[in-house]
Every structure is written in C-alpha cells, then in structure tokens.
Design a protein around this ligand. Structure first.
Ligand code: PEP
Ligand code: MN
Length: 349
C-alpha cells in the first residue's frame, strides 16, 4: 500500500502516518518524489485498510500496490530513480558505460587496460578481485592483492571502480575501493548477503541470476531497497535456455519490461549474455536501442592471454569503435554518451 501526501505536508502529519503504520505492525518507507510525498508500507498487509489512513491530515490518497515487490515498483514511485556516483547520474539521459577485464590478473595488466580506457573517456572500470568460477580449478582472482591494485589504479587514473563481492567476510575491504559493488548472477538470491550489502548504502549493481525471472530479480532488489538503499542498478546478463549457439541468451525483453514495472535503472552485460566477442558490438547496440541505461562490457588489452573470459572480451580497438557507434545511436533513443577525456565526440585514430 502507498500513502500519498502533499509535498508540503507538515512533518507532524507525516510522522503521525508513520507512527500509525508502525502501530499496525508494518514498516513505513518515505519515498522521494517530485510531485507528491509518498510513504510506502511493507510487511504483512492483513491488518491494513485504506480507511485507516484516508481521514488523516495531509493524506491525499491511499493506493494499493498489486505486485509482490513494493518499493522497487513503479506503482510506488513513478519517476525514474537517479543515482549520483561522483557526478555521473545513472538512469538519466547520459548512458553509463562500465568497461574492463573480467578479472585483475596483475598490476601491469590492470594499469595497461585502465590507461587505455581512460584515454577513451570511460569513467567506470570493472575488474573482479574475487571471481566466482564454475570450476574450482579455474583462476579464482587475486583477492586482497587485486583490491590493492584496484586502489592504486583508482588513484592513478581517477576512475570509478566496479568490483564484485562474493561473501560477507570481504564487504568492508571491497567497500573501501568500490564505487559500485557488483553482486553477481550466482549470488542474486543469496538473501542474507544482499541484505548485508544493502546496509552499506553503497551503489549496487545487481546482476540477474542465470535462471531467475524478472520478478525474482525485482524481489532481490526489494531486499536491498528495504534496507533503505535505493542505489540499485539492475543488470540483464543473459539467461540459460535450450539455445547453445551462444553462452547464454541475452534477454533484451527484460529491459522494456523492467522499465515498465520498476523505477530502478537497468543496464545490460552483453559479454556474459552472448559469450562470443564478435557478437558483442551488435548486442550492445541493441541494448541501447531497446532502452537500457548503459552497458557493462569486458575489455582486455590482450584477450588471447586473459585468465578468465578472454573469448568474450573485446580488444581496446574494437571497444573504441563500439563507443563511437553508441554515440551515434544514443540520440535516436533520447540518450547521450559523453566521454570525459574529450569534450567532442571520440574520433577513430
Ligand atoms: C562477471 O561480471 O565477470 C561475472 C562473473 O558476471 P555474472 O555474475 O553475471 O556471471
Ligand atoms: Mn567475466
């Protein structure tokens, strides 16, 4: 249920509504909005009735929320959520581009790719220090050492860092360096972990589980937002289907579906969604065309030498060509891509 109050409702009236919600055994959530002050209610709804609130001071309307997820739904908040990360506004007209290798492999490797991406004007560097791999014999990441290299690279290039948390033991260490915490597909329904991470109030990139429905993704986001952390960026990264021509099936349907049902920003990871490097530019362009708020793309200075996901990693030159294409497509869907390095559009050298 959602209580709508006038924007200039006196604090005392707002507090009375919140106290009533608590007295009825539920939890109130003040939801930021431009035209109305909204108070969302979560918890067991059985005792709640519209009439409990309709006659209260400054209450304009009481609206039932029909979906299982509440706080992340458009019914609760009609305006898009905007997330400000060091001046980049995620969910706005400006596209979010996150790029970098699957994993940090060495100091030289991460410095080389960070320098190349910085030169192109990319503002967000992705790279995993803790790698959840399907096989225990695959490269598991440099762990703490990887975080140290990320901290150094951040200092050197001023890039925002996106890196994954895989368990509760490393939350503090990862938060120290990360500007966005990645919650991977394999942990999307690790509810205790996502709740813990939600409490940090850091921006979170929540990746869709490989066999999760859109509703399940939004319910996982609800766990984070119910910790009062609205800084959630959703990510479509491909789902498992019968099709085996590609690593996964990139479900771009999810983008307009999520845009309709949720106010949270959604970006696409075509790298894991497709798994084959030469198909990634096409699916990146399609992602932007269908309304995604941005992309996360694996880029490696030497894909043939990568310790993980080399086959789906773009070389810097292929990635640069893709960025130029995205700059061309963006205005068609009322978006833009500004690259920090150069005020003007990127030019092919
Ligand atoms: C990754 O981004 O490298 C990764 C492991 O992604 P996912 O969790 O989507 O598989
Ligand atoms: Mn990867």
């Amino acid at each position: 249920m959602l209580i709508l109050m006038s924007l200039n409702a006196p604090r005392q009236d707002v507090n009375s509504v919140k106290e009533k919600i608590i007295a009825l055994g539920c939890t109130p959530h003040e939801i930021p909005g431009e035209t109305k002050l909204a108070i969302g209610i979560t918890g067991s709804n059985e005792m709640l009735k519209k009439e409990n609130f309709l006659l209260m001071q400054s209450v304009e309307d009481v609206v039932p929320v029909s979906r299982k997820y509440k706080l992340v739904s458009r019914e609760m908040k009609s305006e898009n959520t905007l997330i400000n990360i060091n001046g980049s506004i995620i969910g706005s007209e400006e596209l979010l581009i996150i790029a970098g290798p699957c994993a940090i492999e060495s100091k030289d490797q991460i410095f080389e790719i960070a320098g190349q991406l910085k030169e192109m004007g990319v503002k967000f560097l992705r790279a995993g220090a803790y790698k959840p791999r399907s096989s225990p014999y695959s490269f598991q990441g440099l762990k703490e050492k990887g975080l140290d290299y990320l901290a150094e690279v951040k200092k050197e290039f001023g890039l925002n860092i996106v890196t994954e948390i895989v368990d509760q033991y490393t939350i503090d260490a990862v938060c120290e360096v990360a500007d966005i915490i990645q919650l991977g597909a394999r942990n999307m329904q690790n509810f205790t972990l996502i709740e813990e991470i939600g409490k940090t109030q850091k921006p979170i990139l929540l990746k869709r589980g490989m066999s999760a429905t859109v509703e399940e993704l939004l319910l996982s986001a609800e766990y984070i937002v119910s910790q009062n952390n609205y800084n959630v960026i959703l990510c479509e990264r491909g789902i498992r289907t019968f099709e085996n021509a590609t690593r996964n099936t990139l479900d771009l349907n999810a983008v307009p579906v999520i845009k309709k049902y949720s106010h949270l920003p959604i970006i696409v990871d075509p790298s894991h969604g497709v798994g084959i490097w030469d198909k990634i530019p096409a699916m990146s362009m399609a992602s932007i065309a269908c309304g995604a708020d941005g992309l996360i793309v694996e880029v490696h200075s030497h894909p043939e030498k990568a310790l993980s996901d080399g086959f789906q990693s773009l070389s810097p030159s292929t990635f640069k060509k893709l960025l130029i294409k995205i700059q061309e497509i963006a205005p068609v869907v009322n978006r833009k891509l500004t690259l920090s390095r150069n005020e003007n559009n990127l030019q092919l050298s």
